[in-house]
Design a protein. Sequence first.
Length: 744
Amino acid sequence: MSEELTGYISHIIYRKPENNYTVFEFANGPDDIVCTGFLHGVDEGEDLIIRGEYVNHQVYGEQFRVDSYETKAPDDEESMIRYLGSGAIKGVGPSLAKKIVDRFKDDTFRIFEEEPERLSEIKGISEKKARDIAVLFMEKREMRRVLIYLQQYGITNNMALKIYKRYDLETYRIISQNPYRLVEDIEGIGFKTADSIAARTGIRKNSEQRIRSGIVYTLNRGIQDGNVYLPKDELIKNCAAILEVDEDEIWTHVMNLSMDKKLVIRSWDDTTAVYIGRYYYMELMAARKLRDLDITCFEDGSGVERRLSRIEKDLKIELETIQREAVKKAVMNGLTVITGGPGTGKTTIIKAIIRYFEDEDMSIVLAAPTGRAAKRMSEVTGYEAGTIQRLLHLRPASESGNDNSGYYYEKNEDDPIEADVVIIDEMSMVDIALFTALLKATLPGTRLIMVGDSDQLPSVGPGSVLKDLIDSGCFECVRLNRIFRQEEQSDIVINAHRINAGLDIKLDNKSKDFFFLERDDINPILKNIVLLIRDKLPGFLGEDSLDIQVLTPMRKGMLGVESLNPILQKYLNPPDENKKEKEYGDTVFREGDKVMQIKNDYQLTWVIRSKYGIEIDKGEGIFNGDTGTIVSIEDRFERLSVEYDGGRMVEYGFGNLDELELAYAITIHKSQGSQYPAIIMPVLNGPKLLFNRNLLYTGVTRASKCVVMIGSRKQIEHMIENVDETKRYTGLKERIKEIYSYDP
C-alpha cells in the first residue's frame, strides 16, 4: 500500500550516473530509513516528500521503494543550513552555509534570488563568488520549479528533466503555447502525451499546431507500420479520424508543412505520396548512390570461367549454370542482387565469390542486419562476418558533440568502408534507413553484392528494399529457383518451396525433420508445446531446450506471444527459491529466463569476459530481436544481467526493463534473420490479413533441423492459399527508375 513520507536525504549510499538509480538514507523520525528509487537532481540535505511502499529485501532487510517524489523548500534555519551545506551549491560548505543563514535568517533564500550581491557581506565571499553562488542556486531552484510544474501534466521526473535540459526556462512558454513541440524535440514523448497537455492548457481542437502535429504523428505511425510514405487520401482519412476534425482542414496544413520543408509531396502514376522529408531524401540518396555503384567491371568473361573451374576443384564443389552466372555477375559488375529460397545454393555462391576475390588479393567484408544473422553467415561461409551497424561504426549521438539522443554512423562519404568487396546477407531485413547509411559509406568502384530471400517478410523498419531493387529492373539480378541435390532430403526445404509456390505440403509425419500434430483445442496444443520443448526434442536433436523456439503469428490471443510466454515460463523455468525474480509491469523476470531485446538500443554497453573475469572485448548496441538468457538479478543495485550470443554480457537497470520481454515464444516477424535448430509453430486461427503464405513461409525457413506445426490442418491450407499481404507504401523503385531515366 502506497505511503507518503516527509523528511530529508541524510546520506546517499549509492547512485548510478547512467539512470540516477539511488540508494539513500532518509531522515524521517528518530531513525533513518533506507530508500531506493530513481531520483534526478537531488542531493544530500534536500527536503523531499517521497511516495512509495515498504518492501522486505531478502539480504538488506526493510527498505522504502520510492515510486514518486517532489522537492520541498526548506522552511526553517536548520533546513536551510543543511541544504546549502550539502554540496548542492558548488563553493558552499557546511561552515559557510551556517555563516550565510546566521547573517540573513529566514530571509536567506530571498537574498539569493533578489539581492545576491549582499552575499559578499559574509567574510570569505567576494562579489564574483557571490554572483557565481547565486547563479548556481537559481539554476537548481528553477529546475525544481520546472519539475514540479510539469508534474501536474502527468510527466514523470525522468521525462521532466529531459524537457528542462532541452528548453530551460522556455519550458513554461512552450507548454502553454505549443506543447506539440515536445513530440519533435524530446525522445519518448508522443503525440498523445502532448495532446493531453494541450487539452489541459486550453488549446483548441482545430488549432494549427495541433493539426500540423497530428499530420506528422499520422505519418510516423505509418512509418512504424513499415511505410515510407502515405498516399494523400489515406493520410487525410487517418489523420482526421485521429484528430476528430473535418477532412477538409487537413490538406491545407499538409501543403504548408511541405512549404516549410517538413514534408515532401511527390506524384507518379495515380499516386500522390506524402513523405516526412528525411524519408524521401533517404530514397533519393539511395537511388543516386546505387547508380554510382552500378559500374560494369570489364573483366574477360572467359577468364572468369577459367578461374571458376579452378575454384570448383579447390573447394570440391560443382557450380550449376545459374550459380556460375551469379558468381560471374558479382565479379563483372559493381552491383549485384542474388535472391532465392532455402536450399537454392546461396551459401555456395557466396563461398565461390569470396574465394574468387581472395585469389585476386582483394579485401572483402561480410555483414548482415542482425547479430544472429551475422553469426550464421560466419558459420556457413567460414569467413568472419559482423552486423552492418558495426561495419558502419555505430556511435551514440552524444559522442559527436550533439546533445540529442540517438546515434550516428562514423562511416560515410568522408570516411568510407575500406574494402574492395562488400557482401550483405539477409537483405530482406534491411530497411531504408540502414540501406542509405550503407550506401553512403560505400565508394564507387567497390563491388556491392546483396543476397537475400525476397519472398520472406519485409524488414521490421520502413521500406521494402530488396523487393524494390529487384522490381526496378535496373540492376543485375539472379533469381535462384532450383533446390540442389544436397538439400533434397530435407522436407523443411521442400515444404518451404511448396508453400511459396502455393502447393499443399506433406503433413503425414513420415518425415525426419517436418512434423504436424493436428489439434483443435488450446489446452492440448499448450500441453504438447511444453512436452516437446522440455522432454522430446532436446534428446531427439541433441540440442538445449532454450535453442528450441516457439514461433507464433500473433502477439494477442491465446496462442499469441503475450499469453504463451507466462505459460511456457511456468513449466520451462518454474519459480525456485534459488532463483531471484523481478516483477516489472505484468511480467515476472526470473534468473534463467529466455529474453529478447525489443527495440534498438545503440548505447547499451556489452562486455565479453574470460572465464577468469578478464575483459576481452567491449562494444555498444543491442538490437531489436537479439535474444539472451538472464544470468543474474541484483535487487540491491536494481540491475539485471543478460548474456547474449558470443558471451556478450549486458546490464539493465530496473528502470530500463521495458526494453526486454520473455522470449520462449516470439512472433514470426521477430524471428527474421535468425536460424534455430528447431521451431514449433502453433497455428489454429487468426486474422486473414496476417495468416498468409508469406508469414508461413518465413516461419518454416527459420528452422535448420526440425519443424513441428501444431493445430489446424485446414488453417495451414488457408494460409498457403492466402496471398494477401499488408501493402507497404515505398517509393524506392520509382526513385531508381527516375535516376536511371535521366542518365543518357
